[in-house]
Design a binder for this molecule. Structure first.
Ligand code: ZN
Length: 640
């Protein structure tokens, strides 16, 4: 971002960050702490992400200051004490940054960047860091797919006019180049980052010569710009356009470098253009295709053998249209205590449980491991020191070196991760010590938690309401979506809502491909594993099961911390619904009972697979016999 020294740059932060910072300042709560930035989940259609945005982020940190204009405005806007504003006046980023190098392939949850700094500095950076990194990672991850699809043919970024604001143009051009694009049409990015520029001409140049003026337009363009001799040939009739381009090249004696096709059936038109050019002895003239391209259309053109030499991609690249945002987060993971120790911290009171402690990511051949920093784990550490004392540890790496790293990283990925569709997400595991620490921290909290939230007594457990179990999914439960409305209604009366989900690694033991009974379903990182959005919205807590590749887990209590979590919230009674009555609902209910909770299943909020007709009814009878209360559709308040 070319905003160095830009007045007011520090104000690119959410307002509440300033409010919190003022509170920290007032209480002298400005000790060292550690924040990590990670992307929680892979968005749909992505098997991996490409790290990007680091250098612009570091530039932002290095340039962070509240200048006189910004401070004056804050003072006038009110709500900030003179002492705090004075503190801001002297504020600089003085901390340390460790980061995964740009161009590295990463999976979900891995910290891309770690900030160790005084609390006020680290807090005020949040919005800008997230905005920069979320954007560039999003674009680089999309561009990597498009580059894969083009199989070595150059891909150019033509997206500026379709971006969300002109400022996005620099980050898009940069991220796309890192991911393997050959360059951009955005001139500012050429200047700012030295990214190769390309361009042809627009239809307006041709139509300006009036009907029948195409050849004259081409001749003038070739004469004026012989070093950029690429002509747009589809203004009127593509075949005539190619003929005119050939004639104009002959008349001007300027070699025709390329023709561009921007519309129509690119497969057929490119073949026609190729044979006309070859017949004219212009075998060296390249064909550029553009116009609503994405990885799918490019993949098809390449597979069908269309003689296209390079692709210009706009909207779909620059907006990452099929996954237009990332849920990158910036979370405090540790805090220096008064005694001088680094104390790991985490949050878990919602669906978004974070990993406690300071982390390192290790690269193994078959996936990454998130471990505690300093823990002995095999594999190459990915987070490397890049800034100390607010100063970069070296000059930024050349963009071409980052781009080369990305190429090597992509090419080292297993084929099943690289493919466009039906892919396997790049695996990310957590080390045993990290999992243990999370358990310990959560286990240590119940006393305080109970004091502040004595009413949390009834938990609703929404079992496995996930895309693959809903109509259209790979293991759809008949009428499965009928449970959603019931569960949302029940949630209103519950003190705590827990959603369980099946989250299998690829090739899980329960899949037919591995000798199990079920089609592949709920594979981590795929859209099929996603919770129904309405359930995701009501869930305070999400519990994942079935992560062990060799063993199936039907119950939400099986291999999870669910029982301890419920107890830590003072839950005594659980109400259960979801999918499916005869499998995971039954197993969860029977375990809840075994764990000592008063257990109820709302039949109207559950549906059965009924592999054999009557399985669902039989499951309800079994549960009732075991001591589960089966409610046809009683609202919670009636049984409270
Ligand atoms: Zn399963």
């Amino acid at each position: 971002m070319p905003l160095k020294g830009d007045a007011g740059r520090a104000l690119f932060c959410d307002e509440y960050l300033l409010t919190m910072a003022q509170s920290f300042w007032r209480h002298g709560d400005d000790g060292e702490c550690v924040f990590e930035l990670s992307v929680r989940d892979l968005p749909p259609h992505r098997a991996y992400l490409v790290a990007a945005g680091l250098e612009p982020a570091l530039e932002h940190l290095a340039a962070l200051r509240f200048d006189a204009g910004a401070l004056e405005w804050l003072e006038r806007s009110g709500g900030y004490s003179p002492g705090f504003l004075d503190h801001l006046r002297g504020l600089r980023f003085t901390g340390a940054v460790d980061a995964i190098p740009e161009g590295t392939v990463v999976g979900a949850g891995a910290p891309l960047l770690r900030v160790t700094a005084r609390r006020i500095e680290a807090t005020l950076l949040e919005s800008a860091l997230l905005a920069i990194v979320n954007h560039e990672v999003m674009v680089a991850s999309k561009a990597a797919r498009i580059v894969e699809a083009a199989r070595g043919r150059p891909v150019w970024d033509f997206s500026l006019r379709r971006l969300h604001g002109i400022d996005a143009g620099l980050g898009v051009a940069r991220a796309a180049y890192i991911a393997g694009c050959a360059g951009t049409a955005t001139v500012a990015a050429g200047r700012r980052y030295g990214i190769p520029l390309t361009g042809t001409m627009a239809h307006q140049y041709v139509v300006g010569f009036g009907p029948g003026g195409e050849r004259a337009a081409f001749e003038r363009f070739l004469t004026d710009s012989p070093e950029r001799a690429a002509l747009l040939v589809d203004t009127y009739d593509t075949r005539r356009g190619v003929e005119n381009a050939i004639a104009a090249s002959r008349a001007t004696r300027v070699a025709l470098a390329a023709v561009r096709l921007d519309s129509g059936d690119l497969d057929r038109l490119s073949r026609e253009a190729r044979s006309l050019l070859d017949a004219a002895g212009m075998g060296a003239t390249r064909i550029i295709a553009s116009g609503d391209l994405d990885e799918w259309r490019i993949d098809r053109l390449v597979r069908e053998g269309a003689p296209i030499d390079s692709f210009g991609v706009g909207t779909m690249l620059g907006t990452s249209a099929d996954a237009p945002h990332l849920n990158g987060v910036y979370k405090m993971v540790a805090l220096r205590t008064a005694g001088g120790d680094m104390m790991p911290v985490m949050k878990w009171s919602s669906a978004k449980v974070s990993d406690p402690g300071v982390h390192q990511v290790h690269r193994a051949p078959d996936g990454d491991v998130i471990a505690l920093d300093g823990e002995a784990v095999e594999g190459r550490p990915l987070l490397l020191p890049v800034m100390r004392g607010g100063r970069p540890l070296g000059p930024p790496p050349a963009l071409d070196a980052i781009r080369e790293r990305c190429r090597q990283e992509r090419e080292a990925l297993p084929a099943e991760v690289r493919r466009l569709d039906g892919f396997r997400a790049w695996p990310v595991r957590r080390s045993e010590a990290l999992v243990r620490l999370g358990r310990e921290l959560r286990g240590a909290a119940p006393a305080g938690e109970e004091e502040t939230t004595p009413r949390r007594r009834t938990a609703l457990i929404a079992v496995d309401v996930q895309a693959d179990f809903l109509p259209g999914g790979s293991l759809a439960v008949p009428d499965g979506d009928a449970v959603v409305g019931e569960l949302v209604r029940l949630a209103e009366e519950a003190d705590l809502v827990v959603a369980t989900r099946d989250l299998h690694p690829p090739g899980h033991a329960s899949f037919r491909e591995s000798g199990g009974p079920w089609p592949a379903h709920c594979v981590a990182g795929t859209p099929g594993a996603a919770l129904h959005p309405a359930i995701d919205a009501i869930a305070d807590l999400v519990v994942s099961k079935g992560r062990d590749p060799g063993r199936d887990a039907h119950s939400g209590f099986d291999g999870t911390d669910l029982a301890a979590l419920l107890r830590s919230r003072g839950v005594e009674r659980v109400v259960i619904g979801g999918l499916a009555t005869d499998y995971c609902v039954r197993a969860t209910a029977l375990d809840a009972l075994r764990e000592g909770f008063r257990t109820e299943v709302v039949a109207a909020a559950a549906r059965a697979v009924d592999v054999r007709p009557g399985d669902g009814e039989e499951a309800l009878r079994q549960m009732r016999r075991a001591g589960v209360r089966i409610l046809e559709e009683a609202p919670l308040e009636r049984v409270r």
